[in-house]
Design a protein around this ligand. Structure first.
Ligand code: ZN
Length: 216
């Protein structure tokens, strides 16, 4: 079964933020807030990752789910949106350049976003940072007040960075995106896979940027 972590127990700035760790090939699922909840990356949405039982355990019933943000249109991050749409009616935010792959099936729920747009959630206003490289329309989400970066598959713990050899991937673009992230002031990284980064986040991003740059 997917496991649920109350991230407020790990960092004071993450009160009312939960992480659902998926089973198998499934992204991390972040749940921001409870009353007007936002799900970032609903996961793969298969039999082993049904999403709703975990959301309900956190206290997020269908009427309380207001938004879904998809960091990029890969199956392991995005397909869970279809399970969510079976019971709830949230807005689904996807970067314009990734909408062609999957989001055409989200119908009127789809909201296309781009660099500089701000997505309001119960807990944070999240700025869209366009970070192509892993996919063309990949994006990270940043809250400058709490210095939170939701990093999708662009940067991970241990200064790891995303792959670029999938459809619409590009190493040059990925390096440029990591450089852009390296200019932010970040205290916590919530990545698309693996453990969050609670310490040394700026250094983590800087090293990832250096490592990726050396491959060009
Ligand atoms: Zn991916």
């Amino acid at each position: 079964m997917p496991r649920i972590f109350d991230l407020g127990e790990y960092h004071e700035r993450l009160t009312d933020v939960h992480l659902i760790v998926g089973e198998g090939l499934c992204s991390n699922i972040y749940v921001i807030g409870r009353e007007e909840a936002c799900v970032v990356d609903p996961g793969v949405g298969n039999y082993a990752n049904p999403v709703w039982p975990q959301l309900e355990e956190i206290g997020v019933t269908p009427d309380r789910l207001r938004s879904v943000i998809i960091t990029h249109a890969h199956h392991d991050h995005a397909m869970g949106a279809f399970l969510i749409l079976q019971r709830a009616d949230p807005k689904i935010f996807v970067h314009t350049l990734d909408t062609m792959y999957i989001a055409s099936r989200f119908g009127p729920n789809l909201v296309k976003v781009e660099e500089g747009n701000v997505i309001e959630t119960e807990r944070w206003a999240l700025e869209v940072i366009w970070t192509p490289g892993h996919t063309e329309g990949g994006m990270c989400l940043y809250n400058p007040e709490d210095k939170i970066l939701i990093s999708g598959d662009t940067v991970f713990a241990e200064a790891k960075y995303g792959t670029w050899y999938g459809e619409s991937g590009s190493l040059d673009a990925l390096v440029e995106s990591l450089g852009k992230l390296a200019e932010l002031d970040v205290e916590v990284i919530l990545p698309g896979h693996g453990a969050p980064v609670f310490e040394g986040a700026n250094e983590n991003i800087r090293i990832a940027y250096q490592k990726a740059s050396s491959r060009i």
